[in-house]
Design a protein around this ligand. Structure first.
Ligand code: PDD
Length: 288
């Protein structure tokens, strides 16, 4: 089956899916996006993703070209047309293609909505078994990281630096030496006193949908959660570390900057939270 993408109302083979070179997403990174996981042919936690999408659009003053329910229908249609059992749906809305390159918002321009599907092994991921290695890098991003914009150059550079260092993810560090988040994930540590620590939501980080669900699952399990910044030194000394994202669910972190975390193997609570998240994601009715 050919890969089918969605562009402004039409379902097209990926190779025929096109937007204008004047699209403001291309010229200015003037747009927002969402990534939701598909497991068992179902979109996971998609209401949370669409609500964050609505928020990102509102913050940038971009009018959604479709109501959120219709966007959910497009996503479901892409899952069906591409036969995705497990993978991701990527969705992007830009301020559209005006007739020229003018920095100011164009009048009367219809936003561009594109979406496509990607097959990926998410649940039985080998990274979940081995854990991932993290490299810390300076956080070079702008001041509104709570908006999920397509301006991702700092994250692209961070991820590449991580890969070049033999790691799989970068944790970005602010000017006070505190970890903000991963290049495409939320960062957590578990202290020797068994507290799960993650930075509070603010303009400094993206409010992760997976983060939120994992926090409630951890609370239900009676685990202690502390929302506060943590330094790189505290992370080195942690008992466990893990990351969360729609595309990776919960992944144990086994080393940071080459220093093993805990025993250097995936930690027990990180593995437990991954299991609980997968149970919740695949059977949300039963778990609430
Ligand atoms: N990234 N922080 C950043 C900077 C992210 O890019 C992401 C997600 C997250 C986790 O958010 P969520 O749990 O809602 O996926 C945190 C997506 C997966 C991406 O860019 O591919």
């Amino acid at each position: 089956m050919p890969d089918i993408a969605y562009v402004n109302g039409a379902y097209l083979p990926l190779a025929e899916a096109r937007v204008s070179i004047l699209d403001r997403g291309f010229l200015f990174a003037d747009g927002v996006y969402e990534v939701a996981a598909v497991i068992g042919g179902r979109l996971i936690d998609n209401e949370a993703h669409l609500s964050r999408l609505a928020n990102s659009l509102r913050e940038l003053g971009i009018e959604s070209p479709l109501p959120m329910q219709k966007i959910a229908d497009v996503e479901a249609e892409l899952v069906a047309r591409n036969g995705v059992n497990e993978g991701l749906i990527y969705l992007q809305i830009t301020r559209g293609a005006a007739g020229d390159r003018d920095f100011a918002f164009p009048a009367g321009t219809t936003p561009t909505l594109v979406a496509f599907a990607q097959k990926k092994i998410i649940v039985a991921s080998s990274a979940a078994e081995t854990g991932v290695k993290v490299l810390t890098v300076p956080d070079l991003r702008w001041a509104r990281r709570d908006i999920k914009t397509i301006a991702l150059l700092a994250q692209v550079l961070a991820k590449q630096a991580a890969l070049d260092a033999g790691c799989q993810e970068a944790w970005m560090v602010d000017q006070n030496g505190l970890v903000t988040e991963g290049s495409s994930s939320t960062a957590f540590i578990i202290t020797k006193a068994n507290a799960i620590v993650t930075r509070p939501n603010s303009v400094a980080i993206l409010p992760g949908c997976t983060r939120k669900a994992v926090q409630s699952l951890a609370a239900r399990e009676g685990l202690t959660i502390e929302e506060r910044g943590f330094s790189v030194a505290e992370a080195y000394d942690a008992k466990e570390a893990f990351l969360t994202s729609a595309s990776n669910l919960v992944l144990p972190v086994v080393s940071i900057d080459g220093r093993p975390i805990g025993s250097g193997a995936p930690g027990a609570n990180s593995r437990l939270l991954r299991t609980l998240y997968i149970e919740w994601a695949t059977n949300p009715g039963a778990m609430g």
